[in-house]
Design a protein around this ligand. Structure first.
Ligand SMILES: Cc1ncc(COP(=O)(O)O)c(C=O)c1O
Length: 383
């Protein structure tokens, strides 16, 4: 028997954006100023109320293990959030607190799908969906979406996959395009999943970060979906590693057993902080206003710098650019853009293995001054 590396570990590809981040960090270590349009996280810390709650918890509590499904006050508060944001009445017993939405995906896939299960998702899309599925011995199925479809899966596109699917992942707003599905589209996708015996998984991590209409939760149209969310984006708490999911009643106990065995519980300090984050609306809404200003600034400025084929995002903090007229190698293009213009962006190959060599993603999660500087640098960049 050889002591090698497992096949499942071998097949998981790297996240290319991490290579861009290392190159940007190296330039900064040499004293050069880099404008960060590659990172998919808020440039702000956790809201003040969450920080204060964490300090108080450290003084008061021993921060031991807690319930595998999350501390009851947080599960109750999350259930109340659905009443406040969406008008949906939710039993807190269906809420599961997780170590970021990343652990929610892991637990949801393990609980809902068997090895070999085929699960569909939009391309371009968030890379870990397909990589987590593949690592678990499941089969990711890309739905190649078009600009006309606003890069979201549709009922006809789902039909065109040929069936035999166990699940569908929908992300609205999406990473990397910032596009959203309407209530009717969500209802139609949910009905199709129901007819075909498929599990709908709705990634709602960018809810709250929306610029025109609020995001529609799958829970508004069905009780049968797995809804995944996080404190990372709207609540500005990436490093606290805390998120949640809402699951149908039949999945609660299997997920509890899986969590007890795989993770024991979700970081306790983060749960106390997250509970307080719900009361920090004013601070968090100010971030959303800044993202909107940043989006509009890039939508107006980037075309003048030659990036004139942009997807107009209605949520999240990303702009997806078609750069086919500039390159057919987005990895090399991003490398040159970083080296020569000092602007870091993410090559599209991370999100769309087939077509991403002609696209890239700009994040506008940074400061407005940085977005202005990015436009200025790209306008003067002699490509
Ligand atoms: C669409 C989407 N889902 C999930 C995640 C994972 O976030 P976290 O594990 O921090 O909750 C991200 C992070 O960028 C994302 O963009």
């Amino acid at each position: 028997m050889s002591k090698g590396v497992s096949k499942r570990a071998e097949i998981v590809p790297p996240f290319i954006v991490m290579d861009v981040i290392s190159a940007a960090n190296e330039m900064e270590a040499r004293g050069e100023k880099v404008i960060h349009c590659e990172v998919g996280q808020p440039s702000t810390s956790a809201p003040k109320g969450a920080l204060a709650a964490a300090h108080a918890a450290l003084d008061r509590d021993r921060i031991g293990y807690v319930e595998a499904l999350g501390i009851p006050p947080l599960r109750e508060r999350i259930a109340r959030h659905y009443a406040q944001w969406y008008g949906v009445t939710l039993d807190p017993q269906r809420v599961v607190v997780t170590t970021g939405s990343s652990a929610a995906f892991l637990m949801a896939f393990l609980a809902a799908f068997d090895p070999g299960a085929r699960v569909a998702m939009a391309a371009p899309g968030y890379p870990p969906y397909r990589n987590i599925l593949a690592a678990l011995g499941m089969v990711p199925v890309d739905i190649v979406t078009t600009e006309a479809e606003r890069y979201q899966p549709t009922v006809p596109a789902l039909a065109a996959t040929g069936g035999g699917l166990a699940g569908l992942i929908v992300a609205s707003p999406s990473n990397p395009t910032g596009t959203m599905v309407s209530r009717d589209e969500m209802a139609a996708l949910s009905a199709t999943c129901c007819e075909r015996g498929m599990r709908l998984i709705s990634d709602e991590i960018y809810h709250g970060l929306t610029f025109e209409e609020r995001g529609v939760s799958a829970l508004e149209v069905t009780d049968d979906a797995i809804v995944i969310n996080s404190f990372s984006k709207y609540f500005s708490m990436t490093g606290w590693r805390i998120g949640w999911m809402v699951v149908p009643p039949a999945l609660v106990r299997p997920i509890e057993r899986l969590t007890q065995n795989l993770l024991i519980s979700t970081p306790t300090l983060s749960q106390f902080a997250a509970l307080a984050a719900f009361d920090c609306t004013e601070e968090l809404e100010a971030h959303v206003r800044r993202y909107r200003v940043n989006r509009d600034l890039l939508l107006a400025g980037l075309p003048k710098a030659g990036f004139d084929h942009l997807t107009r995002p209605t949520g999240a903090f990303y702009l997806y650019a078609d750069v086919a007229h500039l390159t057919n190698d987005s990895v090399d293009f991003c490398r040159r853009m970083l080296r020569e213009a000092g602007v870091a962006a993410t090559p599209g190959v991370d999100f769309d293995p087939q077509r991403g060599h002609r696209t890239l993603r700009f994040s506008f999660a940074g400061s407005t001054a940085d977005m202005e500087e990015a436009v200025r640098r790209l306008t003067h960049w002699k490509r």
